[in-house]
Design a protein around this ligand. Structure first.
Ligand code: AMP
Length: 424
């Protein structure tokens, strides 16, 4: 189908054209009609599936077709991280370019000027507020915000918000909103706590689940079986001749991320660290430099694993096998975007072996093990079962949520319009 088949407002269709959106992705095909029909929705979809447009487009259309008070906040979109909030905001700007709809992004870590813009947006009634829960509450605690006009509440990556400990914050915000509203929840996984949240804040929701997808074949996956101390030597080897264009090295802990970035920088490599302890200004700067290629190696925690939309990443390195199968899929999904090819290499120490085996089991394939280069030394045996029995934690517990199929396209960057100001 094409977007023409949705009964969208003409100005919204123009926004879609400017963004080069022609065919809806599966999650969009299924979710848009339900949101247009004003039903509550719980949709199981990951980043990269087009989930942002799946809620923004019908939201904007509903705002255009229904009466809404221009002086009040009409819709709240909650996002777990600043990065995701920024990305939602960018798509919002594109789609709403030809519409008389204002939006404001409310997330923390920036300067006092940003605080004022956010406060004005909230108190003067920007139509759509895109917010992280913590920052939203900071504003709520300091001034009276009129939420009586809120007709739409969207929770994006709800599972991640709960994982990050935002349950109470979300509930505090929800309690301030009118009960008579449409609530839409997106979550990559559907664990019990998400179902509980859904029961509490959604009203007879339609459940949408996009069918299984594993990482696309365009991502070449490989691993080095090694010891912990061989990992740095492998990195050195990988970057000894040249550094491939745009590499992300994922590590589980901030401390490890900092150390690795430092070691690589000391070797004269264009590397930077990215993790949640950085100030917003620094995070923006690092991402900007990575986007434009001045930084070629991003050493990051999972903060970058979901929701970062950069097309030309050629290599992903997992410094350890991620704890969760789903994190693996998200991480390696940062490469081979937009029809490009990419490679994902995981460094698997003995402690990582059971987790890595779990990933192979989920993918139903054996990932190619690259022989260790001679200068790195001897390769240990790959024997995940024995490693698992030796491990005090026992067998790795992995979620088996599947990754939804991806249909990508390019956002019309050139057409991206300037931000609209909140209502005055
Ligand atoms: P998301 O899953 O919302 O983060 O979207 C991933 C990327 O796909 C973003 O760059 C979107 O702009 C792009 N995208 C989403 N839906 C479409 C579509 N129907 N056509 C073209 N590009 C799309």
């Amino acid at each position: 189908m094409t977007f023409e088949e949705f009964p969208f407002n003409e100005a919204l269709k123009e926004g879609l054209q400017a963004m080069n959106f022609e065919k809806p992705t599966p999650v969009q095909e299924q979710t848009i009609p339900v949101i247009l029909a004003k039903r509550d929705v719980i949709s199981c979809a990951q980043t990269g599936t087009g989930k942002t447009a799946a809620f923004l487009l019908p939201l904007l259309n509903n705002l255009m077709t229904d009466n809404h008070d221009k002086k009040k906040v009409n819709a709240i979109i909650m996002s777990p991280t600043r990065e995701l909030a920024q990305q939602i905001d960018q798509q919002m700007e594109g789609f709403s370019y030809f519409l008389p709809i204002s939006s404001v992004a409310v997330y923390g870590g920036n300067d006092s000027q940003a605080w004022d813009v956010q406060r004005n947006g909230l108190t003067r009634g920007a139509d759509v507020v895109i917010a992280t829960p913590g920052r939203m509450l900071s504003h709520i605690n300091l001034q009276n915000i009129d939420f009586s006009g809120v007709k739409y509440l969207i929770l994006d990556e709800a599972d991640r918000m709960l994982d990050m400990g935002f349950f109470d914050d979300i509930m505090r915000i929800v309690k301030l909103l009118p009960a008579d509203r449409q609530t839409i929840m997106f979550s990559a996984t559907m664990p019990h706590k998400i179902r509980e949240l859904a029961k509490t804040i959604l009203n007879n929701p339609v459940e949408i689940k996009i069918a299984i997808a594993r990482p696309p074949d365009s991502i070449m996956q490989a691993a080095y079986i090694c010891t912990e101390s061989q990992k740095l030597l492998i990195l050195k080897h990988l970057f000894s001749v040249n550094v491939p264009n745009k590499v992300i090295i994922f590590a589980g802990k901030k401390q490890r991320v900092r150390e690795l970035a430092l070691i690589l920088k000391r070797k004269g490599l264009p590397a930077e660290a990215m993790h949640s302890d950085l100030e917003q200004r620094d995070r923006d700067h690092v991402m900007h430099e990575f986007r434009n290629g001045r930084i070629n190696i991003l050493v990051a925690t999972d903060i970058v694993a979901r929701g970062i939309d950069i097309d030309d990443i050629t290599l992903i390195i997992n410094y350890e096998a991620p704890r969760d199968v789903e994190d693996y899929v998200h991480r390696i999904g940062r490469t081979a975007r937009a029809e490009a090819k990419g490679m994902a290499i995981t460094l698997v120490s003995e402690a990582d072996q059971p987790r890595f085996k779990n990933i192979e089991d989920f993918l139903e394939k054996t990932i190619y093990k690259i022989p260790l280069p001679p200068e790195v030394g001897l390769m240990p045996a790959y024997n995940p079962k024995a490693a698992s029995e030796n491990s005090p934690r026992g067998k790795f517990k992995g979620r088996t949520q599947n990754h939804a199929s991806k249909q990508r396209g390019k956002q019309g960057g050139k057409h991206r319009p300037p931000r609209q100001k909140p209502n005055n």
